[in-house]
Ligand binder design. Sequence first.
Ligand code: F6P
Length: 412
Amino acid sequence: MTEPISVPPPIDARIAVVMVGLPARGKTYTARKLARYLGWLGYRAQVFNVGNYRRERVGVNMPAEFFDPDNLEADGIRFQLASHALDDMIAWLGTTGQIGIFDATNSTLERRTRVRERCEKAGLSVLFLELICDDPAMIEANIRETKITSPDYQDLTPDEAAADFRRRIANYERAYEPIQSDEASYVKMINAGRKVVVNRIEGYVPGRIVQFLVNLHTVPRRIWLTRHGESQDNLRGVVGGDSSLSERGRAFAYRLRDFVASDGPPVLHVWTSTLKRGIETAWELRRSFLPIKSLDEIDAGICDGMTYAEIQERMPDEYAARRADKLRYRYPRGESYEDVIRRLDPVLTEIERHREPVLVIGHQAVIRCLYAYLADVPREQVPFVSVPLHTVIELTPKAYGCEETRFPLGPE
Ligand code: F6P
C-alpha cells in the first residue's frame, strides 16, 4: 500500500517571493505573516530582510540621505547589502528551503530585473508581491506603529524619527517605478488589500499565497480560543469519543456565557465543532453559533475511546511511535497533528478575514494548532502547547506579533 498523501502537498519548484514597494507600506508585516502561515502549513519558508543586513553591516542610525538615489556611494552600498541577502536566500533555497521571501523595496525596474534574473538562473520561480498605498493616514499609522520604534531610530524622539522616515520615503519615491510588465508573475495589493491585482499566478502554493493575502487586514480585534467544557470522556480519561458535558463542564459553559456577556462586543462570531461537548458549550451562550466539522478533535482512529494507559498496554508500538514524533504520527485510521493543521486551513483563513472578534470553542489538539499559528509557535512544539480546560485564551494580533491574556474561568 502506498503512503497516504504527504502533508503539505509537495511543491515542484522552489519559490522566491520578491517584495516590492516604498517604505512603510507593510512589506515586512506581510512578509513575516506570509512566512508564518506557510511555515504553519508545513513548508520551509523564511524571510530575508535587507534592512537587517544593513543594520548588521553598516549599523543603525543611518539618516535619510543614505537612501537618496543620487547618493551614488550609498546606493552602491545598499546594492551590495541587497545582493548579500539575495545570495543567502538563493543558497538557502538551493539546500533546505522551499519558499524564500526577499524583503526589500526592490522599487526600480533595474533592481527587479537583476533579482529576477539571478533567481531564474538558480532555477527558482519568482513571484513579485507589490504593496501600494496612497492613503496618507495608513502610511502615517504604519510609521507611528512600526518605524519610530525601529532600532534605526533608537537615539531619536518619536517626532524626529517620524520626520526622518518621511524624508527616507521621499527619497525612494523619486526613483520608484511600480511593476508594469505583464510578463512577470505578480500580486499587487493596493491600500491594504482594498484592491488586489493578480497576474500570471499558477500552481498550488502561489494560489494559497494569493488566497491568504486577499484575506489579510490590520483592523484590531480580539480572538478568543477555548476548549469545550469538561466532558464525561474527559472524566474517564479517554481520547476522542462524543460524550456530553460533565456537571463541571456545564458550569464552565455558564461562566463562559457570563464572560462573553460582560466583556463581549456586540458582534461576535462563535464557532465550534460538530461534537456534542462543543455544541453543548456553545449552546449555553444563548447566542447564535456555527458548528464547523473541521473544528472536530483530532481523529484517534482505532484508539478512539481508549485511555492513554490502554493504548500503551494494547498497542505499545503505536504508543511509542506517537511519543517519538507526535507532530507527524498518524493514528491508524485516524489523523496526525499535521493532518489537523491542513484541515484547519480554511478556518484560519476565516479567522484572518473577519474584522469582528471570533470565539472558537474547540478541542485540545485543534486549539493547539490554531494557537500555534496566531502565537507563532514553532511547528515541532505544536502538540505540546498548554491548553488547559476552562480557560479562555485571548489573542490580539499586533503589527509584529500577538498580545496574549489567559482567563482561567474555572471550575478547576
Ligand atoms: O483528552 C482530550 C483530548 O481532546 C482527546 O480527545 C484528544 O485525543 C487529545 O486531547 C489530544 O491531545 P494529545 O494530542 O496530547 O493526545
